[in-house]
Design a protein around this ligand. Structure first.
Ligand code: GLC
Length: 538
């Protein structure tokens, strides 16, 4: 076990993004302030008291920039402004000031891989072959048969090449055809995009989550992607191929290093990469020969089978693979994935919360998971997401996890005064912030308490991790520093489990059932169904 000495008393506080907890806001669905059924920046500002009460350290807001909204903000038509639906730059500045006043950090989304096809750069690029911006995007002649240059597939279904009759070439789009990929081999593009980062960092943003970072550079020879032997009928179409040549090219690390150098010009800004890759390749984004990102998002908890020993094995392996001196992180959910409460069920969602908030590494929470929101059924006529529209019926749609935050039992869950852009979950009368905040045993109370406990015990936020045991449905690990040793015992099953805890055990700090604090815990102990326990070893 790599027990890296990052938690030594020489650096008791570490950096904010190592110590802290990140909370992701999907801005269309957090709070509507102007009655158009869509969330906005002033809405977020109105809810800062809640975030302060909950105890998060940083907020990451998904894209807020002008966009035709084909991919709900991930298709940007102007990188240096705010979309009218979200507000104005003035509203943004006020939000930054308010957030900082509360000592919360603000992380924005940076979408460098592609723009909207309505971005001025692309309009120019497609206007003629000799336009100075032609080479800002990835244009290619047809194959000899007139078809696309190679077999690359779009993540949203179909070919990744779109024919442009006007100029007689194809352009590449890893996502929608309305999201043409920028050409990151072009230094002029790099400079323009680095200016975007400076624009926002200069406005006080504390960091960026960088969208599909592993996509930025594609093979210079445009080789065909090989077939994926793991493809199963019913999978998304792009899974037919392994994205060997269309993503994760070695040259991407050069770009990452340049971005990191830019971040380093500012004080304590965080660079987070969205990277869906197997863990051995994921960790290369920490940087090998060159500096990498601070946090390559670790999505393993999202994909792992919900099984104690499987997860135990994964944690141990990740702990071993994170390079020395780098900082781990864990993500339980986001706007692209089914909600945790739907994946593992409402009881285990509480165990998942304790797991996320007691592991070594920065945790990222997805809005609404703290109240146990589940995937919401979207009637066909209300489907928004292109992932569902383009490949219907495969369960690829992401609307179910993007529904409005449930604040109160009043109409539209107090998210809006009008019918929201996506339906509010049917259970909002009882599952909402107001009701759950007053319930001493609710999942919201559990999250709040876990955040407090993580803050109170440095062993949890920045201490060492050590694997202890894994048997059947029970997993036990230890977090420690010079001051204390905490044992975390999690029951991944719905039955009572007897556990043999290492040492003579100690005193319960808290249970996921929120009732055993202070209780003496023997070496020979019992975990109730779906219970997680934090124990302070005497
Ligand atoms: C990222 C975003 C996702 C978006 C895609 C294309 O994966 O999280 O929502 O559709 O990039 O920008």
């Amino acid at each position: 076990m790599a027990e890296i000495d990052v938690a030594s008393s020489a650096r008791p506080n570490m950096l904010w993004w190592q110590r802290g907890i990140v909370y992701q806001i999907y801005p269309l669905s957090f709070q509507d302030s102007n009655g158009d059924g869509k969330g906005d920046l002033n809405g977020i500002r109105q809810r800062l008291d809640y975030l302060g009460w909950l105890g998060v350290d940083a907020v990451w807001i998904s894209p807020i920039y002008p966009s035709p909204m084909k991919d709900f903000g991930y298709d940007i038509s102007d990188y240096c402004d705010v979309a009218p639906t979200f507000g104005t730059l003035g509203d943004f500045d006020e939000l930054v000031a308010e957030i900082h006043r509360r000592r919360i950090k603000l992380i924005l989304d940076f979408v460098p891989n592609h723009t909207s096809d309505q971005h001025q750069w692309f309009l120019e690029s497609r206007s003629s072959r000799d336009n100075p911006r032609r080479n800002w995007y990835i244009w290619h002649d047809p194959a000899p048969d007139g078809g696309p240059p190679n077999n690359w597939l779009s993540v949203f279904g179909g070919k990744a090449w779109e024919w442009d009759a006007h100029t007689g070439q194809y352009y590449y789009h890893a996502f929608l055809k309305e999201q043409p990929d920028l050409n990151w081999r072009n230094p002029v593009v790099r400079k323009a995009m680095y200016d975007v980062l400076r624009f926002w960092l200069g406005r006080g943003v504390d960091g960026f989550r960088i969208d599909v970072l592993w996509h930025l550079i594609k093979d210079d020879q445009f080789r065909n992607d090989p077939p994926n032997p793991g493809y199963r009928p019913g999978d998304a179409e792009h899974r037919r191929l392994l994205q060997r040549y269309s993503t994760d090219r070695p040259e991407v690390h050069e770009v990452v290093a340049e971005m990191r150098a830019l971040f380093n010009e500012y004080e304590e800004r965080v660079m987070i990469g969205e990277i869906y890759l197997p863990v051995e390749r994921l960790v290369s984004y920490y940087g090998l020969e060159r500096p990498g990102v601070h946090l390559p998002f670790n999505f393993q908890l999202i994909h792992a089978p919900w099984n104690a020993c499987e997860i135990d094995r994964m944690i141990v392996e990740y702990d071993r693979l994170v390079p020395e001196g780098e900082w781990p992180n864990w993500v339980l959910g986001n706007h692209d994935q089914r909600r945790i409460a739907s994946r593992v069920g409402p009881q285990q969602a509480r165990v998942a919360a304790m797991l996320l908030l007691t592991l070594r590494g920065t945790p990222t929470l997805y809005y609404g998971d703290e109240i146990g929101m589940e995937d919401v059924f979207i009637p066909p006529q209300r489907i928004q997401d292109p992932a569902e529209k383009n490949e219907p019926g495969l369960g690829l749609g992401r609307d179910p996890e993007r529904t409005p935050m449930q604040w109160e039992g009043s109409p539209h869950a107090a998210f809006s005064t009008t019918e929201p852009w996506l339906p509010v979950a049917e259970d909002f009368h009882r599952r909402n912030v107001k009701v759950l905040a007053e319930d001493p045993r609710s999942i919201l109370t559990l999250y709040k308490r876990l955040l407090e406990v993580r803050r109170e015990h440095l062993a949890l936020s920045i201490g060492h991790y050590a694997q202890r045991q894994c048997k059947g449905n029970v997993m036990v690990y230890e977090r420690s520093n010079e001051a204390e040793r905490l044992l975390i015992a999690l029951n991944f099953g719905h039955d009572t489990e007897r556990v043999q805890l290492p040492g003579a055990a100690g005193k319960a700090v808290m249970s996921t059932h929120l009732d055993r604090a202070g209780e003496k815990v023997d070496a020979n102990s019992v975990l109730r169904p779906d219970e997680g326990l934090i124990i302070n070893l005497a």
